[in-house]
Write a protein that binds this ligand. Structure first.
Ligand code: ZN
Length: 240
């Protein structure tokens, strides 16, 4: 269900003070092949999973859109310019994770109008029984994130791959213990200090999102510090 993503959202201090998070089971990183990571927009995969990618030292990325609609009222960049900038930012972020050679498939679907059928077919081609597929959560509250989650769920169902869903915007609109979130499926990925440092460097590779493009309101940062704080934890969370 699409939910409004506005205001400050739930502060990271509020999440950090929730004791249940520390009790979630730790995800065993027992994979034998690189996980397939599906990103609706360039940066989602880094915010949600850069630590995991650094820990595994392996990943294959499917970039569904180029994120050209992040600043629809920008006075600085056109949408084609933003698409190019964001593609380059992802490449740099992967390089900072030590994954500069990781395979990346760019589907170039329109930001805001994901073709779920085509995406499910593209993922099905790449998945096999037991392979991990990490996708944004089906109920994350952003239409593209939810479409990606649904398409991945279908592809995993069809192939026997293992679906792991990563929340991004749920950390904004949900609150600790929120009954709209299936917390019973939550697993922690514990990050080593090296993985945390690599993640911080990778997040910093997205200046088009973490800093304003210019002084006009249409050029404001999409990921201001209070949002980034939710992705600077020493662990990551997936719904299994
Ligand atoms: Zn996104």
């Amino acid at each position: 269900m699409v939910r409004p993503i506005a205001g400050e959202g739930t502060a990271e201090q509020t999440w950090a003070a929730w004791p249940a998070m520390a009790q979630w089971p730790v995800l065993a990183l027992d994979v034998t092949e690189p996980p397939l990571i599906v990103a609706p927009h360039p940066d989602d995969e880094i915010l949600g999973l850069a630590g995991l990618m650094a820990m595994l030292d392996a990943a294959e990325l499917v970039a569904v859109t180029d994120g050209e609609a992040s600043h629809p009222r920008s006075t600085v960049h056109t949408q084609p310019e933003l698409a190019g900038i964001r593609r380059a930012e992802t490449a740099e972020a992967l390089r900072r994770l030590g994954l500069g050679d990781a395979p990346v498939t760019r589907l170039g679907q329109p930001d805001g109008k994901i073709d779920e059928e085509a995406l499910a077919a593209a993922l099905t081609e790449r998945l096999a029984p037991g392979r991990w597929c990490l996708a944004t959560w089906r109920e994350d509250g952003h239409p593209d994130h939810e479409a990606v989650g649904r398409a991945a769920a279908r592809a995993c169902e069809a192939t026997g791959a293992v679906l792991l869903e990563y929340p991004i915007w749920a950390w904004h609109w949900a609150t600790p213990g929120d009954p709209r979130v299936p917390w019973d499926r939550a697993h922690r990925i514990e990050l080593s200090p090296a993985a945390q440092a690599a993640k911080a460097a990778a997040v910093a590779a997205f200046p088009s999102q973490i800093a304003p493009l210019g002084p006009e309101p249409g050029d404001a940062a999409i990921l201001p510090p209070h949002v980034l704080a939710r992705f600077a934890r020493p662990f990551e969370v997936v719904l299994r």
